[in-house]
Design a protein around this ligand. Structure first.
Ligand code: G3I
Length: 554
């Protein structure tokens, strides 16, 4: 009998497990905490924790434990907290975080071992030899303390080693030890914990730019030398007034191709105060897009938000007049950004099947030989998952190509071909991935010219004409490259029988029907994106209506 009843229990348990897996998510599960959805996608959703409220605010502790499956000490593991005087290690704050995580079945990401900030003065004034030794001692002691603790799974070994231009930051670390401090720090961390995942972490590296490319090159080079860098952290301190890094996913993918894990380590999305519902909506779009990017990249381990409540955030102390950067307000109420993170983590279980409305007809401006700006009337989304952004496509019959993505109702297209007609339309995207109908088409033609770095484009406009001639004014010459040019040469072709009779603001020579116009002494230098112009007059056979063609610029 006891055998039968235990078999029955096992059978019922098995049925229960199967039912749990096979049935669609119930409403309760669909609205479950963030960590449940993240875990089911194989990712972490993290928060930074401040030790003050962690010790004395129940609401803070409840949300931190319920919603997140990974935590980072906002300040408690930094050098000034763990070794304020040489050889005097204090782990009270760090231990409080690790203990909290352990109680709540959360992972801990250690932040941070070697940074130019929040490091005591005694470190900064050491000689090179003493500084290298102090760095190694610090790493081996701090990492070593938690090496056997299964909760502590990863470390930011070095933090913010680049300046905003992608040069090595002129920190006391770099100025005293040279770049070798980075490799030494990683080796010391690996020696202290052979299992922890070791990360390099920085801000303004979310999109593809000179700083993230410097990071990419450094990680590639150091890994080539056998330096144990396992992971790259994109901090993700974003602001709605500065735009969303639309190439975040692409950037993550190029790092992943180096063989490293990637992660978003300090996400927040600030705004100029006061809050408004439209700013909250934009902020939610940013949060949604970051989470979606991580979900789309296998090598992305997860997303940590830099705190969760506007009650405790570094933002207002650092950026005057800005704030409200997190997903709960200062009274622990969920904001639209919470829902955005939740729904992005819940992913496929979203019940939103309603596409956003189609965007309005785009209008084009600032067309050069390789770039153009488009703007359109925004779409609205009524399906519940919220507007996530727009995809911009080139109409090419059966195989349209996507030219770019934007989170706002405008885009600056780059990388276009010169002298090419583009027919372009836009589709809106919601948080569940539904795409709207196409907007009407806009048609524009890029200017002639090679484009690219240092390139230029030229286009002529017929100002007046009469039966025996015409004036072309202006011929606009634009530096379409990314750096200044110090001279330009425009060529174009006169129709047969046409004769140049005058020109201004350029040195012009004619060979057959080919006209070559070089800059005058005063208008050769053009900064990136700057333009100048020249003009000319032509006589032509009476009744002929042709005008010049084939403007190219070099
Ligand atoms: O604890 C003292 C308190 O006793 C004192 O009354 C108060 C007066 O200003 O200061 C408190 O210390 C502050 C500490 O945060 C704890 O709140 C420091 O002044 C303040 O500078 C420190 O700011 C931290 C900042 O790093 C320092 O650079 C922020 O909380 C923390 O969020 C921020 O985090 C960094 C990441 O580590 C690295 N990436 C950028 C990110 C944002 O700056």
């Amino acid at each position: 009998m006891s055998v039968h009843s235990s078999s029955l229990v096992r059978a019922l348990t098995l049925v229960g497990i199967l039912v749990t897996f096979l049935l669609p998510a119930t409403a309760a599960e669909a609205s479950g905490p963030l960590r449940t959805h993240a875990a089911s996608r194989g990712k972490f959703i993290g928060t930074a924790l401040a030790t003050g409220p962690l010790s004395n605010e129940t609401s803070y502790r409840n949300i931190a434990s319920t919603e997140f499956n990974q935590v980072t000490a906002e300040n408690a593991m930094k050098w000034e907290s763990t070794q304020p005087s040489q050889g005097q290690f204090t782990f009270s704050g760090a231990d409080a975080i690790v203990n909290f995580a352990t109680q709540n079945n959360q992972q801990v990401h250690g932040h941070t071992l070697v940074w130019h900030s929040q490091t005591p003065g005694w470190v900064q004034s050491l000689s090179a030899t003493a500084m290298r030794t102090a760095m190694q001692t610090h790493i081996s002691t701090v990492v070593g303390r938690y090496a056997d603790n299964p909760a502590v799974v990863s470390w930011d070994v070095v933090n913010e080693v680049f300046d905003d231009n992608g040069n090595m930051r002129s920190s006391f670390w770099y100025n005293t030890l040279g770049e070798s401090f980075i490799a030494d720090a990683f080796r010391a961390a690996r020696a202290a914990d052979s299992n922890a995942r070791l990360c390099i972490n920085d801000y303004n590296v979310e999109g593809i730019n000179s700083k993230s490319t410097a990071m990419y090159n450094l990680v590639s080079r150091l890994r080539g030398q056998g330096v144990p860098i396992d992971c790259v952290g994109f901090q993700g301190h974003l602001a709605i007034q500065y735009g969303f890094p639309n190439d975040l996913q692409q950037n993550m993918e190029r790092f992943a191709a180096l063989g490293v894990q990637v992660r978003v380590t300090e996400l927040d999305v600030r705004m100029q105060m006061p809050r408004s519902s439209s700013k909250d909506t934009t902020q939610a779009t940013y949060y949604r897009n970051v989470v979606n990017a991580c979900m789309a990249v296998t090598a992305c381990a997860g997303v940590t938000i830099w705190g969760f409540t506007d009650r405790y955030s570094w933002v207002p102390d650092t950026f005057s007049g800005e704030g409200a950067a997190l997903i709960y307000d200062e009274n622990y109420q969920r904001k639209p950004s919470y829902t955005a993170v939740h729904d992005a983590l819940a992913g496929g279980s979203s019940s939103d099947t309603t596409a956003p409305s189609a965007p309005g007809t785009p209008s084009s401006s600032n067309v050069t030989s390789n770039a153009a700006s488009l703007t359109w009337t925004a779409s609205t989304d009524t399906g519940g998952s919220g507007l996530a952004g727009y995809n911009v496509y080139r109409e090419q019959g059966a195989t349209d190509t996507q030219l770019g993505q934007s989170t706002t109702n405008s885009i600056a297209l780059t990388g276009l071909s010169p002298s090419t007609q583009y027919q372009v339309y836009v589709r809106a995207r919601d948080g569940a991935g539904n795409l709207s109908a196409n907007s009407p088409l806009v048609t524009f033609t890029t200017l002639s010219g090679p484009g690219g770095s240092g390139g230029c484009g030229a286009a002529g406009t017929v100002q007046t004409q009469w039966s025996g001639g015409y004036v072309v004014q202006p011929v606009t010459v634009t530096n379409t490259g990314t750096s200044s040019i110090s001279g330009w040469t425009v060529t174009f072709t006169l129709p047969a029988g046409h004769t140049l009779t005058g020109s201004w603001n350029a040195a012009v020579t004619v060979s057959g029907q080919t006209v070559t116009a070089r800059n005058a002494g005063y208008n050769g230098t053009l900064a990136a994106n700057a333009s100048t112009s020249f003009g000319f007059q032509v006589s032509r056979p009476s009744g002929n209506t042709q005008t010049p063609s084939g403007y190219t610029c070099a």
